[in-house]
Write a protein that binds this ligand. Structure first.
Ligand SMILES: [Ca+2]
Ligand SMILES: [Ca+2]
Length: 349
C-alpha cells in the first residue's frame, strides 16, 4: 500500500492511448491562436464554480454549523472597479446539496451532515466538482465525488456520483484521514484527475501527511504515500493542524493552521517527491502568514483560493454561527508575517 507512487508512474506510461488523448484534448485549443499579451492564468481559476473567473465559496451545513443541512454555494462577488473578487459572496448562498450524496437513496441534504466538502476538477473536466468525505460518523472514512454542473450547483447525484472507499484511503495502520484536500498534480503524474493530500495516524504510531494518488478515474484513489515532512513549526503533531489548498498560475499552495496555537503558514510551489523507499516529501517554500490567527476559534470551513487574483492565495472562513469572511493576504515575507486584510463577517445563508 505504501509503494503506490512508483507503480502508478509505470501505469501512467502504459495507460490506454484513448484515455490519454481524452485527457489532453481540452488543452489543445489554447495553442491554436497565440495572443501577444496573455495577462491572466492559462487554466480555469481554482474554486470558480460558475466560470466567471472569480473563486466561489462552498460550505457544509448541518448541526453545529449555523447553516441548514446541505452544501452551501456562495458565488464570489466581483468588484465593478477592479474586476476581481472582493471576498464577498452572493447571499443568501444556495443550498446545492438538497438531493443528498447519491448513495443513501434518501434524497436528503442531511446526507452531508458531518462531511467535509471541497471543490476541484475531480471528474477531470474543466469545471469544479464536489468531493465529500466523512472523517467520523456511520460513514467514517468513506466519501465520493459528485459532478459540478458548471453554474455553482451539483448535477443530480444519482448518475453523477463516484464513491471513494475507506479501504483505498487508509494508511498502513488502518487509519482513515482526519481531513482530505486537493493535491492537484503535485507528484507530476497527470492522470487528468487531481490527487488528494490528507492527515492520518494514531496516538501509537504518530500522525503524518499522506499523499493519495488518483488512478485515472473519478473517485479512484488507491494507496497512500506517507510523507516525511514535519509540521511548519518543526513538530510531529500533525493531528493539531488543518489544511486548505489551492492552485494558482505559479503552482500549488497549501495553508496550514494550528487552531490551538494560532499559527498560520502557507506553503507555495508544493511538489511531491518520491523518496524511493515508500515515503515521499513535499518540497515547498514556507511563509508564516500570521501568528495568533483565530487562536482557539472553531472554523467549520477553511477554504483557500486566490480571491482577488493577485497571485497570492487567500482564505475564506465559515464559523459555526453561519457567518463567513475573507482574509485577503499580501506581502508574503521570509522575515516576518504577511499582511492579512479581513472582510466584515456576514451571514452566508
Ligand atoms: Ca465564480
Ligand atoms: Ca490573493
Amino acid at each position: 500500500m505504501t509503494n503506490s507512487f512508483s507503480s502508478r508512474r509505470m501505469l501512467a506510461w502504459t495507460a490506454p492511448v484513448a484515455l490519454a488523448l481524452t485527457a489532453l484534448a481540452p488543452a489543445l485549443p489554447a495553442q491554436a491562436a497565440p495572443k501577444p499579451t496573455p495577462t491572466v492564468t492559462t487554466g480555469p481559476v481554482d474554486k470558480d464554480l460558475n466560470g466567471d473567473g472569480v473563486p466561489d465559496l462552498v460550505a457544509v451545513g448541518g448541526p453545529g454549523t449555523g447553516l441548514g443541512s446541505g452544501v452551501w454555494s456562495g458565488l464570489g462577488v466581483k468588484s465593478r472597479k477592479t474586476g476581481v473578487g472582493t471576498g464577498q459572496v452572493q447571499t443568501p448562498a444556495s443550498n446545492v446539496g438538497l438531493r443528498g450524496n447519491g448513495v443513501t437513496g434518501n434524497d436528503s441534504p442531511a446526507d452531508f451532515d458531518g462531511a467535509q466538502v471541497i471543490t476541484g476538477r475531480f471528474t477531470g473536466v474543466d469545471h469544479q466538482d464536489f468531493l465529500y468525505y466523512y472523517p467520523t460518523g456511520t460513514s467514517a472514512g468513506n466519501g465520493g465525488v459528485i459532478r459540478g454542473a458548471g453554474d455553482g450547483t451539483m448535477a443530480n447525484p444519482y448518475g453523477n456520483q463516484f464513491s471513494i472507499f475507506s479501504d483505498n484511503l487508509i494508511d498502513a495502520n488502518g487509519n482513515s484521514p482526519l481531513q482530505l484536500v486537493n493535491a492537484f498534480q503535485a507528484d507530476g503524474v497527470d492522470t487528468g484527475i487531481p490527487d488528494l493530500l490528507g492527515i492520518a495516524g494514531d496516538a501509537t504510531n504518530g500522525y503524518r501527511l499522506g499523499y493519495h494518488p488518483n488512478y485515472f478515474a473519478p473517485g479512484l484513489y488507491y494507496g497512500v504515500t506517507g510523507l516525511t515532512n514535519p509540521t511548519p513549526t518543526g513538530g510531529t503533531d500533525w493531528q493539531n493542524w488543518s489544511l486548505a489548498s489551492t492552485e494558482t498560475a505559479s503552482g500549488i499552495a497549501l495553508f496550514l493552521r494550528n487552531a490551538g496555537t494560532g499559527d498560520l503558514y502557507l506553503w507555495t510551489g508544493v511538489t511531491m517527491v518520491d523518496n524511493g523507499d515508500g515515503t515521499g516529501t513535499l518540497t515547498h517554500t514556507q511563509y508564516q502568514v500570521a501568528a495568533s490567527w483565530n487562536t482557539g476559534v472553531t472554523i467549520s470551513t477553511l477554504q483557500a483560493a486566490d480571491i482577488d487574483a493577485d497571485g497570492t492565495p487567500d482564505l475564506w472562513t465559515v464559523l459555526p454561527d453561519g457567518t463567513y469572511r475573507a482574509y485577503l493576504i499580501s506581502g508574503l515575507s521570509n522575515s516576518g508575517t504577511a499582511t492579512v486584510t479581513a472582510t466584515r463577517a456576514r451571514p452566508l445563508a
